[in-house]
Design a protein around this ligand. Structure first.
Ligand SMILES: *Cc1c(COP(=O)(O)O)cnc(C)c1O
Length: 410
């Protein structure tokens, strides 16, 4: 059996020109990550600790626990350097590239979160960094663009197609096919051709390695359920990995957007719920579940949170859903905003809009989740303040404070 796949998903659906790069990476993944050659994994963990601030706490959420009548624990990835789980992967891959003797890092970014994490990791390791980003996204995400430039990264605007994440990934792969000699492509989630989904999962698995120990210390046993929001699925797989062999229920909370109905003719899905509503196809080198029309063209996806706005999902997550091991659920844009405001008020934690989806699901379905629940707080919400003001003003969000003074932005 081929190890490039997870059941029917995954694989290496890439052009011939990319195979040398992929082959070289597979070899390095086995030697350095799986076999700890040259002490790579020890070095990685030490840097996650000293540069990244790991381990992140598993916090008992007192207000939420009282509200729901069960024990709610928060895995605080929002406290990792950079404010999200993304550094686990960006640092792992940039360091791997260094061990492989590469000098140049390229990466794609959509909202800019992965780009900023990669730029940070490259500055830390003294490596050259170029970020591909859709032109439309550059205009929408100016603070993140500035962060990348502050850390010394070059920006390559992508003007093909709609000028968003999907095109940025394609452009980065094109660069890599001709530059592999000195360059590594740091992909941003558990997507892409093998070995990326497995390797990114291994770097993110530190989340559940820590959480599994921490919850036993604090709650005296394993959790009944673990919740994480799912875009490409890297914080999800990171939060789930060590619990897959346990009795714990695993919930992947997708972005239901404004509707689960798809407008095939318009090529638009008003959501990013590829596990709940997508179908099997190939995207960015892997067979997985994705949002596509009947001709197999990838649809434009939507979510109020840009980090969940992707038409595909990691192949391992698609497989675990088919196996019945992971339950895919979704929360719409309004629910996410309610979750955002509620957590901010009850716990003094302003979550990323992506993360807020998981808290909205917790509010709605807590009775189904058992006595001990872990929610992965994938990131903090400072990056989302402008869009929360805008989006809250347009809707009737019950848990929001009076927003009148903030009309017109910060
Ligand atoms: C990027 C991002 C996500 C979505 O990416 P995954 O690969 O699905 O984890 C979720 N939360 C935050 C805070 C992010 O920055």
């Amino acid at each position: 059996m081929s190890t490039t796949k997870f059941g029917r998903y995954g694989g290496q659906y890439v052009p011939e020109a990319l195979m040398p790069a992929i082959g070289e990476l597979e070899d390095a993944y086995h030697r350095f990550v799986l076999e700890n050659e040259d002490g790579f994994m020890d070095d990685f963990r030490a840097r996650l600790r000293d540069f990244g601030g790991r381990p992140t706490p598993l916090q008992h959420a007192e207000a939420l626990s009282a509200r729901y009548g069960r024990e709610v624990y928060l895995k605080r990835e929002d406290l990792l350097h950079g404010g999200a789980h993304k550094l686990n992967n960006a640092l792992g891959q940039a360091l791997l590239a260094k061990y492989m003797g590469k000098e140049r890092i390229i990466a794609e970014t959509g909202a800019g979160q992965h780009g900023t994490a990669t730029a940070m990791a490259c500055a830390h390791l003294g490596m050259d960094c170029e970020i591909y980003m859709g032109e439309r996204d550059i205009n929408r995400q100016r603070p993140n663009v500035f962060r990348m430039r502050l850390n010394g990264a070059e920006l390559n605007p992508v003007t093909t197609g709609r000028g968003t994440l999907k095109e940025a990934i394609s452009e980065t792969m094109r660069d890599w096919a001709t530059s592999v000699e000195d360059t590594h492509y740091v992909i941003g989630s558990v997507v892409g051709p093998h070995p990326f989904p497995r390797m990114v999962r291994d770097f993110q698995a530190v989340i559940s390695e820590e959480a599994r120990e921490q919850v036993q210390e604090k709650a005296g046993g394993l959790p009944d359920s673990v919740l994480a929001c799912a875009g490409g699925g890297s914080n999800t797989m990171g939060a789930f990995h060590e619990f897959v062999g346990d009795d714990t229920d695993l919930y992947a909370v997708e972005a239901g957007g404004s509707s689960l109905e798809v407008d095939e003719a318009g090529g638009v899905a008003p959501n990013s719920a590829s596990l709940s509503t997508g179908s099997e196809g190939v995207l960015h080198g892997a067979r997985t579940k994705l949002l596509q029309d009947s001709d197999g063209q990838i649809m434009e996806s939507h979510s109020v949170s840009s980090g969940l706005d992707y038409a595909g999902v990691g192949p391992e997550l698609a497989h675990l859903v088919d196996e019945g091991r992971v339950t895919p659920v979704n929360v719409d844009d309004d629910g996410a905003l309610e979750g955002f405001h509620r957590l901010s008020q009850l716990e003094g934690i302003i979550p990323a809009l992506e993360t807020a989806h998981a808290f909205a699901f917790l509010e709605d379905e807590h009775e189904e989740l058992g006595e001990v629940v872990i929610v992965n707080v994938s990131g903090r919400g400072d990056k989302d303040l402008e869009s929360v003001i805008e989006e809250t003003a347009e809707r009737d969000i019950e848990s929001a404070p009076d927003m009148d003074v903030f009309q017109g932005g910060l």
